[in-house]
Design a protein around this ligand. Structure first.
Ligand code: PLP
Length: 228
């Protein structure tokens, strides 16, 4: 299947889920995750009108970013080591993996030195799996409060990943949990603005994530395929 056919199929599925769950299609934004595909395929992805590109590691995305960065909006999805912040700052419009205070401070410092604000998602480990990054729901509000004091970080939303091995329906409590945390965060008014976005849902579980309120879905295999 071509990337265009996959895109049409994914968009049709999103439209169906939206219709069935009373959501607006244009509230769901797609990030094409290109970490499994070449620069050439990434270029095709941009050519067919997918504008948001997601990647996990700077060393892998570097050639793609250097060749194509003006054509898209770049999202950093993977675990970010503090000493790699300088590689990604200013290049990625969104960081989806803000999961600890040391990283927040480094992002804030580097953003300050560039005179920019960096859009971040707070990553939460809702499922509690030991192998997953993210703050626990118990630590979440304190973490958010500390981050709210950093002038160069804008918290646009929350991000989570559901356990890979779950059947899609079993992921529902994870996504619902993230939505509830976002709503509670806004009730507490820790930020002088509304924290709106929910970055959740991947190839195997995006339908359920949308039903539970996802505003950004991160799609690799199902949308751009997997090469090599
Ligand atoms: C790889 C990855 C994705 C996309 O994975 P697929 O299952 O191929 O859709 C989404 N989010 C993150 C954080 C990833 O690392």
């Amino acid at each position: 299947m071509s990337v265009l056919e996959r895109k049409q199929e994914v968009e049709a599925r999103i439209a169906t889920v939206c219709r069935e769950s009373g959501r607006q299609e244009n509230d769901i934004k797609i990030i094409a995750v290109t970490k499994y595909v070449s620069l050439e395929t990434t270029e095709q992805v941009l050519n067919i009108g997918l504008q948001h590109i997601g990647e996990n590691r700077w060393q892998d995305v570097k050639p793609k970013w250097e060749a194509l960065h003006e054509r898209g909006t770049w999202h950093f999805l993977g675990h970010l080591q503090t000493n790699k912040v300088k590689d990604v700052i200013g290049k990625f419009a969104y960081i989806h993996s803000l999961d600890r205070m040391s990283l927040a401070k480094e992002l804030d410092k580097q953003a300050a030195s560039l005179g920019i604000e960096v859009n971040c998602f707070l990553q939460v480990n809702i499922s509690g799996e030991e192998t997953k990054y993210g703050v626990s729901p118990q630590e979440f509000f304190q973490f958010a409060e500390e981050v709210s004091k950093l002038a160069h970080i804008r918290v646009c939303g929350l991000m989570t990943m559901a356990p890979y091995e779950l059947e899609s329906e079993e992921t529902r409590p994870v996504f619902r949990g993230l939505r509830e945390l976002r709503d509670q965060l806004n009730e507490r008014r820790l930020f002088p603005y509304e924290v709106k976005e929910l970055s959740m849902g991947m190839s195997s579980d995006f339908d359920v994530a949308i039903q539970e309120g996802a505003t950004w879905v991160r799609l690799g295999t199902v949308l751009v395929g997997k090469e090599g």
